[in-house]
Design a protein around this ligand. Structure first.
Ligand SMILES: [Zn+2]
Length: 88
């Protein structure tokens, strides 16, 4: 049973190489598409956080970016963009 060993003829290796060259950019494109999808999902998750009540925002304020239309975490009752977020 030596047929499998001799199966990798130079023509076959050439074909494998050509196929790799063909698929390499596609793989990269697929990877980028997946990354974009992941980033979009992360952005959607962040928007959902923006709907959370103020006390939740306060606990997240240290580590999370505050949405400009959210209530300011300093408890002024104003929107962040009209309060501490001015110019940010
Ligand atoms: Zn403020």
């Amino acid at each position: 049973m030596h047929e499998i060993e001799v199966d990798m003829s130079p023509e076959h290796l050439e074909a494998v190489k050509a196929a790799k060259e063909l698929f390499e950019p596609i793989k990269e494109k697929t990877f980028n598409t997946l990354m974009n999808r992941h980033q979009r999902r992360a952005a959607v998750a962040e928007e959902r956080h923006a709907d959370r009540p103020v006390h939740t925002v306060l606990t997240m304020a240290g580590s999370k970016k505050i949405g400009r239309n959210q209530s300011c975490p300093c408890n002024s009752g104003r929107k962040y963009k009209k309060c501490c977020g001015i110019g940010a």
